[in-house]
Design a protein around this ligand. Structure first.
Ligand code: NAD
Ligand code: TYD
Length: 341
């Protein structure tokens, strides 16, 4: 069956991986990427598919109602998958406003366009951070879809606000929505302000590897392609009005991740630099993926040991991609933030 899917935020990390995955898997789907190209969006990521006849790129802000409505008018999408967001917790602590704008108002604008034009599915890409954190001393606790929302940062609060809005559009207007809440992703095209790509890039440049606090915070890491596969399943087989948690039971401490990367790259652990902790820093995230396992048959396929090797190899093979980023606007942000030259 022919389908048109609007993918917002497709020039970012997970969105671009999703666009590649869908174009490869479905030769009869039209994929339209709408992206504002903020500091985190990178057109060079999409270079290889710009001439693909099944792909269109449109530079637009999801908060721009007339641009969004115009695109819906032109494309008449069957499905919308919303990845577009301000996504970095540290930036949300410095400047919450843009997070509220993009993550909440942008989501509402997209859903209003869906209501106006009719849609088979609106999918909201959310995060496990909406559940807040779990104590380190209770390894028996996990986030289920029924765990109350209990956010810590302006980022997670804006994502939780968007989730509530999405579910309200289902109940109030009958908009056919689904929501997925995934754990931390890693893989190719990950912007080098996040822990794993930052550590790889800095280690390659023999620069300090900043670890917040004592490095004991735990994240549940998932290879990005496994996330893309889960979203593909949800938009085709998931039940409307439902939330699906996505995660692979791969909890690791930050310090251990940084040490693994040092080992893989043959760099000394003396590069590790403990820096001031993040304000309100969540201790542990851990997903219970039982629902998506049992209802949709999704299981993660890439083990961390393979995934981190593939990721490191990608950064080694794609120097130009990240060198362009760290020499640009991001550089001054990064230098100011860590007081590192
Ligand atoms: P990212 O920051 O790498 O990419 C975000 C993309 O959205 C960029 O291309 C940016 O240009 C675009 N964008 C930002 N504001 C926009 C706007 N107003 N209009 C149009 N485009 C805009 O983020 P990511 O890591 O790929 O995350 C994608 C989604 O997945 C986000 O919604 C995030 O909350 C969610 N998520 C991320 C993770 C993770 O580990 N990275 C985990 C779970 C959920
Ligand atoms: P991050 O990649 O920003 O993802 P999130 O905050 O959404 O989980 O951070 C992952 C963890 O790594 C988090 O506990 C903060 C920590 N961290 C560092 O220790 N050093 C760093 O330089 C960064 C960016 C993050």
């Amino acid at each position: 069956m022919y389908m048109t899917i609007i993918v917002t935020g497709g020039a970012g990390f997970i969105g671009s991986n999703f666009v590649f995955y869908m174009l490869k898997k479905y030769s009869n789907y039209r994929i339209v990427c709408m992206d504002k190209l903020t500091y985190a969006g990178n057109l060079s990521t999409l270079e290889s598919i710009m001439d693909n006849k099944n792909f269109r790129f449109v530079k637009a802000d999801i908060c721009d109602r007339s641009a969004v409505y115009k695109l819906f008018e032109e494309e008449k999408p069957d499905i919308v998958v919303n990845f577009a967001a301000e996504s970095h917790v540290d930036r949300s602590i410095d400047n919450p406003q843009i997070f509220l704008q993009t993550n909440i108002i942008g989501t509402a604008t997209l859903m209003d366009a869906c209501r106006k034009h009719g849609i088979k599915r609106y999918h909201q890409v959310s995060t496990d951070e909406v559940y807040g954190d779990l104590p380190l001393e209770r390894p028996d606790l996990f986030f289920t879809e029924k765990t109350p929302l209990h956010t810590s940062s302006p980022y997670s609060s804006s994502k939780a606000g968007a989730d509530l809005l999405v579910l309200s559009y289902y109940r109030t207007y009958g908009l056919p929505v689904t929501v997925s809440r995934c754990s931390n992703n890693y893989g190719p095209y990950h912007f080098p302000e996040k822990l794993i790509p930052l550590t790889i890039v800095n280690a390659l440049n023999d620069k300090p590897l900043p670890v917040y606090g004592k490095g004991l915070n735990v994240r549940d890491w998932l290879y990005v392609e496994d996330h893309c596969k889960a979203i593909d399943l949800i938009i085709h087989k998931g039940k409307v009005g439902e939330i699906y948690n996505i995660g692979g039971h791969n909890e690791m401490r930050n310090i251990d991740i940084v040490k693994i990367i040092c080992k893989e790259l043959n760099k000394p652990e003396s590069l590790i630099t403990y820096v001031t902790d993040r304000k309100g820093h969540d201790m542990r995230y851990a997903i219970d993926p039982t629902k998506i396992h049992s209802e949709l048959g999704w299981f993660p396929e890439t083990k961390f040991e393979q995934g981190i090797k593939k990721t490191i190899k990608w950064y080694l093979d794609n120097h130009q991609w990240w060198e362009n980023i760290i020499s640009g606007e991001y550089k001054s942000y990064y230098e100011k933030k860590f007081n590192i030259k």
